[in-house]
Design a protein around this ligand. Structure first.
Ligand code: TGC
Ligand code: FAD
Length: 390
């Protein structure tokens, strides 16, 4: 079947430039060719398909908006969003790898690092020669990262890092980790930790039912000597990691639309082919209601993200606006995945179709980068001025 029909109910393509469409179509074509045919098998065996790393780099998925002088693709925020959308049509776990590399590893080095750090790391990360990970969450501090206990002490010619991070995407094979840790005064800083530093280990987290094609692990620091030049000098405090999350959450808002589109396309096609009671199931009103509501929600999400992209291009999108889009769009996608799965009946639970995999993946997406409830409270704080976290 011709995968990836692109629902565009409100002719949003008219709002895109030729460059946006070129970038999107290249990503779409690559996902269709290189990801969709293999992803189910990798998800079933709970393995990240490392062979796609070069392709991700080629479509500009590693640092889409990082300037070309550092190896990035030098694109705008809407192109970045469209790339994430297309990758997540394939699989949320593959989009996770691209999100982490771009917004959680390259972004902090670009924004908070010095020139030597940018030159050393960004080109290798953009080309996929190195894969990075981002360690903020700890076993006892997930939604509340400011309580983190991972810490470093100044030992004169180096820092001594101790602590542990949990639920870290790409950890098991990453060469580079951006680690958020407190100094002796309790101030949060970002450190670049490299695989091979003594006392640094990355055990893999097994038995996930969600995001199975993405490798997740812990980061354990047992008296790790980190060279002083590996501290990101240009921003500290919780606002530093939260600034990275703004960029990643924005990409996820677009990505979730891709997962929803794939579920909708699949259910729509199936509804025209599957005959029960002598008719295609798509002729029954109850099935039409599901499909009509899906395309309505996808269209609303597309408009939300497009406008957010315009605001981000102008540097005017607030963190609370990003939270609203991440929360709305992931919720939209997980609901569509559930409805679409029901439309496929028993076939919907198998790996013959992508829907169940999307549905399970989205359970992680609705949890990471700030849970559904945390984003609601960010909106609540923004509109009332009253802080539910304090
Ligand atoms: P709070 O007191 O509100 O803020 C502390 C400082 O940060 C500033 N700030 C921000 N700065 C930039 N961007 C943002 N979005 C910001 N939000 C807040 C704030 O102005 C303040 O600055 P200053 O100078 O006054 O110190 O902090 P809080 O402790 O009350 O926490 C607020 C809360 C709960 C919203 C925040 O901690 C939060 O977002 N929690 C959720 C944690 C989270 O999202 N973790 C994600 C981990 S990474 C991940 O999941 C990767 S998944 C892999 C993939 O992407 O695929
Ligand atoms: P908790 O914070 O313990 O929350 C449990 C429940 O309590 C949630 O429903 C939450 O909404 C609710 N809750 C918490 N506080 C409040 C409150 N104030 N009011 C109301 N309800 C509240 N982290 C990284 O740093 N890097 C990564 O690469 C990364 N990758 C991930 C990959 C996967 C597959 C997963 C599942 C997670 C990943 N995470 C990563 C961690 C992720 O960001 C956290 O799981 C998430 O922030 C939630 O933290 P927690 O799991 O500790 O849940």
């Amino acid at each position: 079947p011709d995968l990836f029909e692109a629902p565009d109910y409100y002719n949003l393509d008219e709002l895109l430039t030729d460059e946006h469409k070129l970038v999107r179509d290249a990503a779409r074509e690559w996902v269709k060719r290189e990801v969709s045919p293999i992803i189910e098998e990798y998800a079933q065996k709970a393995e990240f398909p490392t062979q796609i790393i070069n392709g991700l780099a080629e479509i500009g998925a590693f640092g889409p908006y990082i300037p070309m002088e550092y190896g990035g693709a030098g694109l705008d925020q809407i192109s970045y969003g469209l790339i994430m959308q297309e990758i997540e049509r394939g699989d949320s776990g593959i989009r996770s790898t691209a999100s982490v590399q771009s917004s959680l590893v390259m972004y902090p080095i670009w924004k908070y690092g010095n020139e030597a750090q940018r030159q050393k790391y960004l080109p290798k990360l953009a080309s996929g020669e190195w894969i990075g990970c981002f360690g903020l969450t700890e076993p006892d501090h997930g939604s509340n990262p400011s309580g983190m206990v991972t810490n470093f002490k100044d030992k004169g010619d180096h820092y001594l890092l101790n602590g542990a991070k949990m639920w870290i995407s790409n950890a098991p094979f990453a060469q580079v980790a951006i680690v958020w840790a407190k100094d002796e005064r309790g101030r949060i800083h970002g450190l670049i930790v490299e695989r091979g530093m003594e006392g640094f280990t990355t055990p893999e987290t097994h038995n996930k039912w969600s995001l199975r094609a993405s490798a997740t692990g812990e980061l354990i620091f047992d008296n790790v000597k980190v060279p002083k030049e590996n501290l990101l000098p240009n921003k500290s405090g919780l606002g530093a990691p939260l600034g990275c999350l703004d960029s990643a959450r924005y990409g996820i808002a677009w990505g979730a639309i891709g997962a929803a589109m794939d579920c909708y396309d699949t259910a729509l096609r199936y509804s025209k082919e599957r005959i029960q009671f002598g008719k295609p199931i798509g002729q029954f009103q109850l099935q039409q209601k599901k499909l009509a509501e899906m395309i309505t929600e996808i269209t609303k999400a597309q408009l939300l993200t497009w406008r957010l992209g315009v605001l981000r291009n102008d540097g005017k999108a607030s963190s609370a606006q990003i939270s609203m889009a991440k929360r709305n769009n992931v919720d939209m996608a997980i609901n569509i995945a559930r409805e679409a799965r029901q439309m496929l009946g028993g076939m919907g639970i198998t790996g013959e179709y992508s829907i169940m995999r999307h549905s399970m993946n989205l359970e992680s997406v609705i949890t990471y980068e700030g849970t559904h409830d945390i984003h609601l409270l960010i909106t609540g704080l923004d509109i009332t001025g009253l802080n539910a976290f304090k």
